[in-house]
Design a protein around this ligand. Structure first.
Ligand SMILES: O=C(O)CCC(=O)C(=O)O
Length: 312
């Protein structure tokens, strides 16, 4: 039987395909996570600040660390397909505080969003080269904000049509852990593909920071409460779909793509990296000499040569 946690990419990809989920242990080196997390506090109160009891830290969490659509007054509880028999566990809008959407203020966090190890894992698991990143955000939780216990559910809110879960069609949802996610700080509880609650064996998707929980939309799972005193949990949502699968989506990037952090991020990207957001690759009929010049102008510092070399 496969171990529940794997650092072996091939084995983890196979687990995702057959069992519906996997934790790829240490997928991103911890020193890279730690360097980026130093800049996380530009968006979130640090755990010690939050747990000092300061009202301003709570206020900052509810505002600066929470995209407007997740603030209490917006009350979005958009989950679907909750399991019967889970009546003591409820979704609540407070569980969804702490969502910061990509691009972030920090260049290192932005680069982490498309870390090659994560992208390559997704390509292997989905057995495809041409992928799109369609969910990109950071989610922070702190002990005591609310009761984070959720009912078991399947994520049916990533598509506008019924899911087609098979090679060539499936999408991959995932959490890259920015902090150690262990008992007491809310490791997701998850069931194997084909099992549904109640009564089936559940697994805790615990993992060190740098690990990546990858799962499919057809596995039952749920968020659990944070009980550790002074505890917190930070993760990056990173989800992929096949190119041209417009029926799948979650976050959109265009609205911020003419300013600040995005410009610096885009200037650092290779064609393959920008293609994760839908940019046409070198050689695509979209490109003309004038457009390549405009790309160079728009993203100062970008290496535009591949696009230029791809011109007819
Ligand atoms: O936070 C978690 O561990 C899981 C959250 C989740 O499944 C959801 O909100 O759909």
């Amino acid at each position: 039987m496969c171990p529940l946690v794997s650092a072996d990419i091939e084995e983890a990809a196979e687990q995702w395909q057959t069992r519906g989920w996997t934790v790829v242990h240490d997928l991103v080196p911890t020193d890279e996570i730690d360097a980026a997390v130093e800049e996380l506090w530009e968006h979130f109160p640090s755990p010690s600040e939050f747990h000092s009891g300061s009202r301003s830290a709570l206020r900052r969490f509810e505002t600066e660390s929470t995209d407007t659509r997740y603030r209490p007054e917006s009350s979005p509880v958009a989950e679907t397909d909750s399991s019967a028999g889970d009546s003591d566990r409820q979704f609540s809008s407070k569980q969804f505080l702490g969502h910061v959407l990509f691009p972030y203020k920090s260049h290192l966090l932005n680069r982490l969003q498309i870390h090659p190890n994560v992208v390559n894992f997704a390509k292997k698991a989905m057995d495809a080269e041409d992928l799109r990143l369609y969910q990109a955000r950071i989610w922070g939780k702190y002990t005591g904000v609310t009761n984070y216990e959720q009912p078991f559910h399947q994520d049916r809110n990533h598509t506008i049509v019924p899911d087609r879960i098979e090679p060539g069609w499936w999408n991959l949802l995932g959490f890259l852990y920015l902090s150690d996610v262990e008992d007491g700080v809310g490791p997701t509880e998850i069931l194997n593909y084909g099992d549904s609650p109640p009564g089936k064996e559940t697994h805790s998707a615990a993992g060190r920071r740098g690990s990546y929980l990858a799962y499919r939309t057809d596995v039952w799972h749920r968020g659990v409460n944070l009980t550790q005193e002074g505890g917190s949990r930070f993760l990056m949502n990173i989800a992929f779909k096949h190119a041209h699968h417009e029926w799948i989506g979650f976050d959109s990037f265009q609205q911020n793509a003419n300013q600040g952090p995005w410009s610096k991020f885009a200037a650092s990207c290779t064609p393959e990296e920008l293609a994760l957001f839908g940019a046409p690759m070198p050689g695509h009929p979209y490109w003309t000499t004038e457009l390549v010049d405009a790309l160079k102008d728009r993203y100062r510092g970008i290496d535009e040569r591949p696009w230029r070399e791809g011109l007819p």
